[in-house]
Write a protein that binds this ligand. Structure first.
Ligand code: ATP
Ligand code: MG
Length: 577
């Protein structure tokens, strides 16, 4: 075998040529076509554009063009726009520390020009005509006159034509287009007052006119989030948080409906992400990801945007204050008592017992008190089941029932989930989970790690009542499932189980994390909100709850039911008896 020799010729130190410097800088800023698109869109927004048209060819690899109606660039400044460290946006450290524009490094166009064929044409409002300039790697042409309307058009062609190593890292056209589309969506979400259009390979792909944030959110993200979210607009301590916070119904298995903007800039931020997670902790199972569209605005001097070359991260001067503000603002809008209670109820509830009965905080206490009351011997003739009999279903989510004490409200999904989980647990503890061969096997697409997890954990899966076989290089088939859960979403269930096995290993999953696992499995099979239940089904659920241990709270710690006694109701109606 031949050893690989790393030769390090001893050379003298020298200053790198300009083009190479820009190409190195491009390495950090221009990761793929989508990063070019982001920089060009940000420049158009900084120029005050009201309408922006994007044209892409071949996922942006062949061509990315952004045309705007912004302020434009003066003829004599056109060459400067492509020069490194040349910007119109800041002039001093003080400016940098309070930067309010999206760009400020004076580097984007120079970096892009170093790795593509770029042309920029522009016209300022008062200018007689427009001008244009072409650049190709190190060769920058002459400024020439051009006929055009006010604004700027930047065209970037053949990305990485002169850096073949980089070109090799580009993915397929659909993937690159997908990244461009995501950038486009983020930018469009943050600027609803600006109209945007996107064409790909000659076909119109997206078009949004100037509109309100709610309209823009629906246009870009679809109805899922707008329909299942609460609007948020909270200000305190010089910060404001606006946008939409998804309700638990909008939550997803993956974190891909999470949009966070700080001063109009899309960012990934751990401080805020953590605050959001905490605000949702009571409402969502750890496996579910909340959906949200949040805009945090704060004094630019309290946030450093000069942290990451692509400006995707920020640093807050007082991250504790930001964390607290975001968390509290979200908790307030997400609390069901604040968001959904009718006005009359909200007024009565101050300090009164009703609020406590509804709040999510002390389910156990309420439950125990009620169980004690229910356990007290009743005259034989009046004996009715502790949770009473169903009266009806409320908005497809709650079962209303009448018992001795008054009104019982049951969260049907949460209650069913708890029942399934407890049964599953008894089955596993007894070493025998009743299983059912699926009439129609559930097929799921799987990546290599899922396939490996299924193959390596046959025994653990068997203990859980699952038989999963590899049916293709990227495909798994579930043939048998626990009988209790067989009518649920078996593919989703299998995916969650494999995910757990991958993350934590079989031993951990079957012991320390067993409850979490069973809870997830039960969740996929429990009756969904909005399923219409018959009176018989509702009563059956109530009876099962009475027989199930710990049925007072769901598998995620939320209460499954509440008692409103006649006394509570009388108090609500200010009715003396
Ligand atoms: N669409 C545009 N409309 C008007 N001026 C523009 C436009 N695009 C670029 N410019 C001008 O060209 C300059 C250089 O742009 P470039 O994107 O390279 O740097 P920047 O935006 O200042 O900083 P950054 O590197 O952080 O993006 C800008 O400062 C701006 O004056
Ligand atoms: Mg810029």
């Amino acid at each position: 075998m031949r050893a690989i020799l790393y030769t390090r010729a001893v050379r003298s130190i020298r200053v790198l040529p300009d083009l190479l410097v820009s190409q190195i800088a491009a390495g950090a800023v221009v990761e793929r076509p989508a990063s070019v698109l982001k920089e060009l869109l940000e420049n158009s927004l900084d120029a005050g554009a009201r309408a922006i048209a994007v044209t892409l060819d071949e996922g942006g690899v062949r061509r990315i063009q952004v045309e705007d109606d912004g302020a434009g660039i003066a003829r004599e400044e056109l060459p400067l726009s492509l020069a490194r460290h040349a910007t119109s946006k800041i002039t001093s450290l003080a400016d940098l520390e309070g930067v309010a524009t999206l760009g400020f490094r004076g580097e984007a166009l120079a970096s892009i020009a170093a790795v593509s064929r770029l042309s920029i044409s522009s016209r300022k409002t008062q200018a007689q005509h427009g001008s244009t300039l072409r650049a190709e790697g190190a060769d920058i042409g002459e400024v020439e006159p051009a006929a055009r309307a006010q604004g700027t058009t930047v065209t970037v062609e053949d990305l990485y034509f002169n850096t073949p190593a980089r070109r090799k890292f580009l993915k397929s056209e659909p993937t690159e287009f997908g990244h461009c589309d995501e950038v486009f969506r983020r930018v469009a979400l943050a600027h609803p007052q600006v109209g945007f259009s996107l064409r790909h390979n000659g076909r119109a792909s997206r078009h949004v006119r100037s509109q309100t944030l709610a309209e823009r959110a629906t246009a870009v993200l679809g109805r899922e989030l707008t329909d299942a979210s609460v609007a948020i607009e909270v200000g305190a301590g010089g910060m404001t948080l606006t946008g939409l916070a998804g309700t638990p119904q909008a939550a997803q298995a993956r974190a891909d409906s999470q949009y966070l903007f700080v001063n109009g800039r899309y960012v990934r931020d751990r401080v805020i992400a953590h605050a959001v997670r905490e605000a949702y902790a009571e409402l969502l199972h750890v496996e579910r990801q909340p959906a949200y569209l949040l805009f945090l605005a704060l004094d630019p001097r309290t946030v450093d945007v000069n942290v990451h070359p692509a400006k995707i991260e920020v640093r807050f001067r007082d991250s504790r204050a930001v964390h607290q503000f975001v968390r509290h603002a979200l908790e307030r809008v997400l609390s069901p008592s604040a968001a959904h209670a009718p006005i009359a109820y909200a007024t009565v509830s101050h300090g009164a017992g009703v609020q406590a009965a509804f709040s999510l905080a002390q389910p156990a206490q309420a439950y125990n008190a009620f169980m004690a009351a229910a356990a007290a011997p009743l005259p034989a003739a009046e004996q009715s089941p502790p949770l009473g009999f169903a009266l009806g279903q409320l908005h497809g989510i709650y079962i209303l029932a009448q018992n001795e004490a008054g009104l019982v409200l049951v969260d049907m999904h949460a209650a069913h989930e708890r029942i399934l989980m407890e049964r599953l647990k008894s089955g596993i503890d007894a070493g025998e989970v009743a299983r059912q061969r699926l009439l129609v096997p559930a097929v799921l697409s799987a990546d290599a790690l899922d396939v490996a997890a299924a193959e390596e954990n046959q025994e653990a899966l068997d203990q859980l009542g699952l038989e999963i076989v590899v049916s293709g290089p990227n495909e798994l088939t579930v043939r048998t499932a626990p009988a209790l859960l067989a009518s649920g979403d078996i593919a989703a269930l299998a995916r969650s189980v494999l995910h757990e096995l991958r993350e934590f290993g079989a031993a951990q999953v079957l012991s320390g994390r067993q409850n979490e696992l069973l809870a997830t499995m039960a969740c996929h099979a429990a009756v969904r909100a909005h399923r219409v239940l018959s009176a018989t089904e509702m009563n059956a659920l109530l009876r099962e709850m009475e027989e199930t241990e710990r049925s007072g709270s769901c598998n995620h710690g939320r209460p499954t039911w509440y008692q409103l006694t006649m006394a509570d109701l009388d108090k609500l109606f200010l009715r003396g008896r």
